[in-house]
Design a protein around this ligand. Structure first.
Ligand code: PEP
Ligand code: MN
Length: 635
């Protein structure tokens, strides 16, 4: 690997926004100026240079773009804009302890940062003093003392030992800066002086131009023109950032530029990089829309929720066929059952092995359910994947990396349980193995971790689940059965997880738990499962009975009645406040927006939905009014 392969150069100091941006792409290395950063890049001392290009408040960052422009023209350097990211810029005003806001006379910061908080400067009537970078400004005011404050990141202020006088002082909030990642372009960045034809290969997105104006092709292509102060001979210089979809159009145009124009390609189109939430777990923590895993009727993720149910172990063809029918009737859309059982004692039932896979598959087919079963060793993956719809990796094997790689290579979705001794981060790293091996469909499942508490089999870590939710796009399940270890606690934990927003539940079910070969004490009876799924509004498909659906309707009706009572009470309270303060009771605009919202939730703009919404609101208003017109209609 060449020297500096992982190093990302930036101008500034640790704690500056440049350092933050550089950290997304490598190990940040500080340089005092933009020029020095670019020189280090050209000398191969760093893999990339990270430069601020455009700020949301202030527009083009002249200082860094100018350094880049000079490098491109004077040094004829081949530099490519490889990628762009947007970094939140939360500027604070900070000063050494003891200095009050009214006493601030000088505000030190980088020129671009000072331009982003003109309102603050005007309000405090303070003199702006330019420094190299924001973090340096913080150190400087700490060192020199006096009536001086700095505009910098919160991090830099704390690092320098300053107190924050005012938070978030940018003129426009939220403030952001787009940073470019620049690399040596090698063969890809053709400088095209004299406006030669566009280079072959992928089209560029950013071009540098110098001359009287940018080519009209750029303007037509919707380019964002980042202008720099020019010279009398060359009044306009700048960069054009062309939207990805119009690159071909812009490229066609730059072959025939306007007189006096000079176009330099800045390399192939940069991909717009949204950094993952965790650097070392890029695929699992990629910032993207929720992943949906779908296997026949079983669909989870992105708002779709489902339940996997079945016995701990497949015990016999009859047992699994019976339970498959029972869980399908209850509303589960996938059937579980272990054929290889990881048991603490080698003398306990170990599972019926591959023979039981056939029983499980037949039972699933007959009930119309895909099957989920555990693999414990790499050698089991291929034979099990032949017939199982989803491969489960159990808690004990969460960090069995050979197994993860092998399971990830199979074409089946993988259901990965969290190990009882793994952190959320380790669990996500295990999922990264699966995605990295090519697995497209991964589901994560929290099943209770080991804590000092012995009253339950595990401790269902809902906090960890929520942390995982904030980090990954993958569907997240909870398994209340293994967490509880006791039947009576399973519904409560299931409700808690459901309330926390899991995409699904895995629940163990048995119709003769006292004689189950494993985990009998934690198995729900089929009728318990049915009752629980009623609560969640999960109903079986066409096989459901009228009685069952009526029970579900009763649950919904109960909810509607409770909500209606709650609404009535709230509307009365609003009315009482309005009356006391002399505000008119009727608010037509508010009423119209309430009607519109109802109609939207009820199914959009159809006449039916609008009528139902109107009727409901009319009834609500009438109920609020009651018999006594004085009771306010203040919804
Ligand atoms: C199981 O699902 O049957 C199982 C063994 O679970 P865990 O790996 O979570 O203990
Ligand atoms: Mn079990």
């Amino acid at each position: 690997m060449p020297r500096g392969a992982e190093l990302a150069g930036y101008q500034g100091q640790p704690g500056s926004f440049g350092a933050r941006a550089a950290a997304r792409w490598g190990k940040p290395v500080a340089f005092p100026t933009f020029e020095r950063t670019l020189r280090a890049l050209l000398a191969g001392e760093i893999a990339c240079a990270v430069l601020p290009a455009v700020n949301r408040v202030d527009g083009p960052i002249l200082e860094s773009l100018d350094a880049l422009a000079r490098s491109l023209t004077e040094l004829e350097s081949a530099i490519a804009v490889e990628a762009e990211i947007e970094v939140p810029v939360r500027l604070v005003l900070a000063a050494p302890p003891g200095l009050a806001l009214e006493s601030v006379r000088e505000i030190h910061s980088q020129a671009a940062a000072l331009r982003q908080c003109r309102h603050l400067l005007a309000r405090l009537d303070a003199i702006p003093i330019e420094t190299h970078d924001t973090a340096y400004a913080a150190f400087r005011v700490k060192e020199t003392g006096g009536p001086r404050a700095a505009v910098c990141s919160e991090e830099a202020a704390l690092e320098a030992g300053l107190l924050i006088l005012e938070e978030d002082v940018s003129d426009v909030r939220p403030n952001t800066t787009r940073f470019w990642r620049l690399a040596r372009a090698g063969a890809t960045a053709d400088a095209v002086p004299g406006n030669d034809a566009a280079p072959d290969g992928p089209a560029p997105r950013a071009v540098f131009y110098a001359g009287v104006r940018a080519s009209s092709a750029l303007a037509e292509a919707g380019a964002e023109l980042l202008s720099l102060p020019g010279t009398p001979g060359d009044p306009v210089r700048g960069f054009a950032v062309v939207p990805e979809k119009n690159v071909a159009r812009a490229a066609a145009g730059t072959g025939r530029p306007a007189a006096g124009e000079r176009v330099i390609w800045l390399g192939p189109a940069p991909e717009f990089v949204r950094p993952p939430r965790m650097r070392d777990i890029p695929k699992v923590t990629e910032v993207r829309e929720p992943s949906v895993v779908a296997v026949g009727p079983f669909v989870v993720g992105g708002g779709r929720r489902a339940v996997i149910a079945g016995p701990c172990a497949v015990e016999s063809p009859e047992q699994i066929a019976r339970l498959a029918r029972a869980v399908a009737r209850a509303g589960a859309t996938a059937l579980r059952g272990g054929i290889f059982k990881p048991r603490t004692s080698p003398y306990s039932f170990q599972g019926h092995g591959l023979e039981a896979l056939g029983w499980l598959k037949d039972a699933g087919d007959a009930a119309g359910l895909p099957i989920v079963t555990e693999v414990m060793a790499p050698a089991q993956v291929v034979p099990v994947a032949e017939r199982a719809d989803v491969l489960q990796i159990g808690a004990r094997n969460c960090q069995n990396y050979d197994l993860l790689k092998e399971a990830g290579r199979s074409s089946r979705p993988v259901f990965l349980k969290r190990g009882f001794g793994t952190t959320v981060e380790e669990w996500l790293s295990s999922a990264e193995y699966l995605l990295d091996a090519g697995c497209k469909n991964v589901i994560l499942c929290e099943r209770g971790i080991r804590t000092f508490e012995k009253a339950t089999r595990g401790t269902l870590d809902l906090g960890g689940l929520l942390v995982a939710r904030s980090l990954t796009h993958l569907p997240l399940f909870a398994d209340p059965s293994h967490a509880a270890g006791r039947r009576d606690l399973v519904p409560g934990l299931a409700r808690a997880a459901w309330g926390a927003g899991v995409d699904g539940l895995m629940i163990e079910v048995h119709d003769a738990p006292e004689s189950a070969l494993s985990d009998g004490p934690q198995a729900l009876l089929p009728e318990d499962l049915e009752e629980l799924l009623d609560e969640f509004g999960i109903l079986p498909g066409t096989s459901g009975s009228v009685e069952r659906i009526r029970r579900a309707i009763d649950v919904v009706d109960g909810g509607i009645a409770r909500l209606a009572a709650q609404r009535l009470e709230l509307a009365r309270r609003v009315g009482a406040i309005k009356k006391a303060s002399g505000r008119p009771i009727r608010d037509e605009a508010r009423e119209a927006s309430v009607r519109a919202r109802f109609a939207e939730v009820l199914g959009g703009d159809t006449p039916g939905a609008t009528r139902l919404a109107d009727t409901l609101i009319d009834l609500a208003l009438e109920a609020e009014g009651g018999k006594e017109p004085a009771i306010p209609r203040g919804s």
